[in-house]
Design a protein around this ligand. Structure first.
Ligand SMILES: Cc1cc2nc3c(=O)[nH]c(=O)nc-3n(C[C@H](O)[C@H](O)[C@H](O)COP(=O)(O)O)c2cc1C
Length: 169
């Protein structure tokens, strides 16, 4: 298997009590902002959460986000609907590319991460929008929990030749 951060990345849900530097957070955000976006609208905006009380509140976003309670930082990605074309057809792809870049750059820096599903679950969107009192045009998209992993981990290749078709299905 290739030995780079795309292949190494794995969801990490347990973290050391060790601070992530502001420089590393900036590098991770910068990777997110480097993502491709339809019409190059770059419709993303972010909240970096380090406040322990807010981290704890956000971990209650859903029963699947409890692991966030032990994260050192959370990055909330949000889409600015004023920046996307009227059809709004593409922004989920823009934001997914942005979120994946965040995960990969975190891996590159030795920082564990997990994508906590938010959009398009209306209850989770409402929960996060209310918590931060977000304006109507700003819609939360994904929550990424970040922290140094508690143990070494290995990823397995998922390459499956049966899923690949050449010149036709
Ligand atoms: C859109 C999306 C939503 C996800 N939501 C959650 C979540 O709410 N809680 C969680 O623990 N993991 C969540 N995950 C992580 C997946 O469970 C994980 O990526 C998958 O099991 C594959 O494992 P890996 O990331 O280690 O390769 C989510 C991943 C994606 C792409």
């Amino acid at each position: 298997m290739e030995n780079n951060s795309i292949f190494k990345r794995k969801s990490i849900r347990k973290y050391l009590d060790k601070d992530i530097s502001d420089d590393d957070i900036k590098t991770i955000l910068s990777a997110g902002m480097q993502a491709p976006s339809a019409f190059n609208t770059q419709p993303w905006t972010f909240i970096v959460v380090s406040d322990k009380e807010l981290i704890s509140k956000l971990s209650n976003m859903s029963k699947y986000s409890k692991c966030a309670a032990y994260a050192n930082r959370l990055i909330l990605t949000m889409v600015d609907l004023e920046k996307v074309p009227l059809t709004r057809a593409w922004f989920t792809q823009d934001m997914s590319a942005c979120t994946e870049n965040i995960l990969i750059e975190a891996t590159e820096l030795g920082i564990g991460s997990v994508w906590l599903g938010l959009y398009p679950d209306s209850k989770r969107i409402e929960f996060v929008s209310n918590l931060f009192d977000l304006p109507k045009n700003i819609v939360p998209f994904s929550l990424v929990a970040l922290g140094y992993p508690t143990m070494e981990y290995e990823s397995e290749s998922r390459y499956d030749e049966s899923k690949v078709h050449y010149n036709g299905f």
